[in-house]
Write a protein of this length. Structure first.
Length: 89
């Protein structure tokens, strides 16, 4: 298993049960309150969905060691499918 270092902590990548690639996070599909499928952003049939977009960006930034460049506020707007507007610095 591969590990990545994020904010000084080492995290192990998870293996996707569908495509068997190593990723930082897995997505889960629920039906009637139960998990019916676990998969990753790489094998999701809707790669442009907000959920897959956020998972992909988190993964890419984590692997590159730049997760701090993808702030929570931007993740939330990505989940809503809206463009992110950076606050004035």
């Amino acid at each position: 298993m591969t590990t990545v270092k994020i904010s000084g902590r080492e995290l192990m990548l998870k293996e996707c049960p569908e495509c068997h690639r190593e990723v930082i996070s897995l997505l889960r599909e629920f039906h009637n309150g139960k998990v019916v499928r676990t998969f990753c952003h790489l094998c999701y049939e809707k790669p442009d969905s907000p959920m897959a977009t956020v998972a992909r960006k988190i993964h890419d930034h984590a692997i590159a060691g730049t997760l701090e460049q993808y702030p929570i506020a931007e993740r939330l707007t990505d989940l809503e499918g809206k463009p992110y507007i950076k606050p004035n610095s």
